[in-house]
Design a protein. Sequence first.
Length: 333
Amino acid sequence: MTSRITKAVTAVLAAACLMTFAGCEGQVPHPAASAEHTDKPDVTEAQEKQIRANILKVVNAANEAKSVDGLDARMSGPELAIRTSEITIAQSTGSLDAKTNIPSKMTQAVIPTDSGWPRSIFTITTTTSDQQSQRLLVMVQDSARSNYKLWGVARLFQGAKLPKFAIPSIGAQMGTAKDTGLVTTPEKAVAEYADVLQNGSASKYASKFADDYFRQELAKLSQTVQEGMERNAGTQQQTFQAAAGQIKVMRSSDGGDLVVAQINSEWTRQAGEGRESQPASDSEKALFGNGTATSTMKVTYVNVVAMYVPPAGSHQKITAVGAERQPVKVEAL
């Protein structure tokens, strides 16, 4: 029997998958010190523009064809998993979600002076034509002879304040997951933020983070679904974990780091006795396909989070400035 839980959570789950961040005119970042860097960036503003155009040409063609064929030529990391899911869903629903739009124009590019590889470029786009928020793009070149690929995209929150970076002709310096001189290392900041996403104010790290839109929306969603579950004797659980090695860092002029990282999560929903747990949104239905429903459904998400980690002694909190969240797998247990 189809669970009444499905009706209780369909609307809010759809909202979760379609989280819309309002327009943002965030400030953008300056550098610190890196092990290998030159006086000037190896990539010019014109080259960054061409790199971005080459990437978007492949991405837009895949979107239009609703096909993931060849997408890995210009996408990698969490963004490849996210866009593959988005296109798979579009094959079923008939159209791509509006949040998949990546503007072709930018407001600032943060180009590194680092001479080694892998090498990252952080670019902040304009708002979209329908006034969705700016996107923070992370484009990565793994080796001297490989193409730059779009590794991550985070939609910036309304009013997000980013640290300042030097103009592209001067360049910034890339950081590492283990950068010191901060309130905590980027690697630890991401792991601790994952714990805050999972445990909310009960997390032992909660006081280290400023409140943010992503956490607020997840908390609202979880509470709404929980109320529906309790009415039908069901349960739910969400777990979050930082993805090992999936982190990119750019150092800012104030000594802090702008960090973009992948956090994986699983949302398990169990229907009450004698009920089936069904996909609760068009996205989940598309990813579940012809699967056979049981009493328990697990939805796997890829989350990309951009956060500012301030310097030690600044008395500032770690602040998430943008995020992306996408279901990538739906299965009955």
